[in-house]
Ligand binder design. Structure first.
Ligand code: BV8
Length: 246
């Protein structure tokens, strides 16, 4: 199909909720058991590393449980990319690997990855599926260094911001899925896309903090509303393609 739109998608914890992974700010969410400042800041890691290693070791193990797998929302985004190709960029705030397992390829993990460690000495990232702590040697330095979770904590700069902002300024469509719109700079992406003339669409269980900035808003569970919206988008462009051939 010619004239495909450039689509930038932002996902948050809500897209993985129906896969069994807790969100952050919903009732019974991750932050109910822990305060952000106790487990997701550099100060927390410096002050109580064992608590922080344990918080991420638990989530890394949970992510690999047999019942935790991509849901129909992850699969719908992968099918959009299979039709629209490189015109789709998936920016996720999530640190799980469910988008990859659903088949998406053009993914930016702006807040890092659970299944990865980062050498404190070299800064290199390493795929890591098991537990690790301060005594676990990195595989990249001699003598070996300690590693930290490969996660962007509060007060740290998210990853690939230049690529993300550039894509937002060129986007025809900006889709925000399963995020409360409370964490910056991700919460500011809709304004960048809007200022660049993109069609802005929110798909969420309830209106986010930024809902007033969206042209369209669809409320419901991601596994229901995301496939519906994605299929309508693909149909819309297939139809324009047919009309252009007539
Ligand atoms: C930084 C990794 C600066 C950890 C995370 C203004 C500008 C810039 C910064 C700030 C600012 N104001 C404040 C800040 C600081 C801070 C911030 O935003 N604080 C907030 C709390 C006010 N931001 C930062 O610190 C960022 N860094 O700004 O650096 C800088 C500059 C120069 C040099 C150095 C530094 C870094 C932020 C990243 C922090 N790390 N994650 C981990 O995962 O453990 S953030 C964390 O929140 C997760 O990544 C999560 O994805 C993200 C956002 O949460 P959501 O995904 O939205 O999840 P939430 O639970 O909130 O919402 C879920 C939604 O889903 C809900 O709306 C719900 O209704 C919906 N839902 C639920 N179920 C379903 C559903 N929807 C559909 N279907 C369902 N079934």
């Amino acid at each position: 199909m010619a004239n495909l739109p450039r689509v930038v998608i932002l996902t948050g914890a809500g897209i993985s909720a129906e896969s069994g992974l807790k969100t952050f700010r919903d009732s019974n969410g991750l932050w109910e058991n822990h305060k952000i400042e106790d487990v997701a800041t550099p100060e927390a890691f410096a002050g109580n590393p064992d608590l922080v290693y344990g918080f991420y070791n638990d989530r890394r193990a949970q992510l690999q449980l047999p019942n935790v797998k991509p849901n129909r929302a992850h699969e719908a985004l992968a099918s959009l990319e299979s039709v629209f190709g490189n015109n789709v960029l998936l920016v996720t705030q999530n640190v799980d690997n469910l988008h990859e397992r659903a088949g998406s390829k053009n993914i930016i993990h702006m807040h890092g990855k659970l299944l990865s460690s980062r050498c404190i000495n070299s800064g290199r990232s390493h795929t890591w599926h098991s537990k690790f702590d301060a005594s676990t040697p990195c595989p990249c330095c001699t003598p070996a260094s300690a590693m930290r979770p490969d996660i962007v904590w509060f007060g740290e700069m998210p990853m690939y911001m230049d690529n993300i902002i550039l894509a937002l300024t060129k986007a025809d469509i900006f889709l925000s899925i399963g995020t409360s719109g409370q964490v910056y700079p991700a919460a500011g992406f809709v304004q960048v896309a809007k200022d660049s003339g993109a069609r802005t669409v929110e798909l969420n269980l309830q209106p986010s903090d930024k809902c007033a900035l969206f042209d369209e808003s669809y409320l419901g569970r991601a596994s229901m509303i995301v496939p519906q919206f994605i299929h309508s988008l693909i149909d819309e462009y297939a139809l324009t393609q047919q009309n252009s051939l007539l």
